[in-house]
Write a protein that binds this ligand. Structure first.
Ligand SMILES: [Zn+2]
Length: 241
């Protein structure tokens, strides 16, 4: 089992889990190799790169001038970097100093969408629904729930509209309260993300610091499909002041 907080013994620290807003570091290579297809990968000591997973897309990032794609290496648990194209990482070896950075605007958008997803999940749980699936990708973000009795009470559009209004109110109130977003580890070593006392969920994604960082959180009318409630949503990150 791979823990999200670090890859034990690897010498790699998962800084993206500690600070969403750290997007530029000078660090060094702790491992390098080739995958089965012959492509070079490297792992860096201070990993600011979120790999795709948990419904969140990968960061866009660079090592020096080389655009990289972060991927979680299943065997080692390391977040490893592949060149998006060409041989831009060829020649890097363990110990080499490298300048690592990620696309700040995209990082903030992903964090906003992911955090808003937790908030929508909390709102849906408040309706008595059970989480079934989540997707925090830009332009396709949605949370799906299993409602009691396959959502029989939501067959009427009027009931769905009422439920949509309740979800929106729940979300708006939590944002107005500016609940803090924190992370800690439970007894089994899992990272748990919390929205104040409102919600807690195991998660290895990136999040905003508090809910007032969210803006333009919108929820179109909920849909009922094959016994699941689908709640689409969008969100953006407040511009830095
Ligand atoms: Zn999360």
């Amino acid at each position: 089992m791979v823990h999200h907080s670090s890859a034990a013994g690897s010498g790699q620290a998962a800084l993206y889990l500690q600070d969403t807003y750290l997007t530029d570091v000078v660090t060094n290579v702790v491992a390098a190799g080739r995958d089965d297809a012959g492509g070079v990968w490297v792992a860096v000591r201070h990993s600011i790169f979120h790999p795709q997973g948990g419904g969140q897309p990968a960061d866009r990032g660079w090592l020096g001038a080389c655009e990289v794609v972060p991927v979680r290496h299943a065997a080692s648990g390391l977040v490893v970097l592949h060149a998006r194209q060409g041989g831009g990482l060829d020649g890097l070896a363990e110990g080499d100093a490298v300048h690592a950075r990620v696309d700040t605007g995209l990082r903030r958008l992903h964090a906003a969408l992911h955090t808003a997803g937790h908030l929508v999940e909390a709102a849906g749980r408040g309706e008595g629904w059970t989480l079934a699936a989540n997707n925090h990708f830009p332009d396709q973000a949605r949370i799906e729930f299993t409602p009691p009795e396959a959502g029989a009470h939501l067959a009427e559009v009027e009931e769905r509209d009422k439920a949509t209004d309740r979800l929106r109110s729940f979300v708006d109130l939590a944002i107005a309260d500016d609940l803090p977003v924190t992370a800690d580890h439970d007894g089994e070593g899992r990272r748990v993300v919390r929205l104040g006392d409102l919600h807690a969920a195991p998660c290895g994604g990136t999040h905003v610091r508090s809910l007032a960082e969210l803006e333009h959180v919108t929820i179109p009318a909920v849909k009922l499909k094959k016994g699941r409630v689908r709640v689409s949503y969008s969100a953006s990150h407040r511009q830095p002041r």
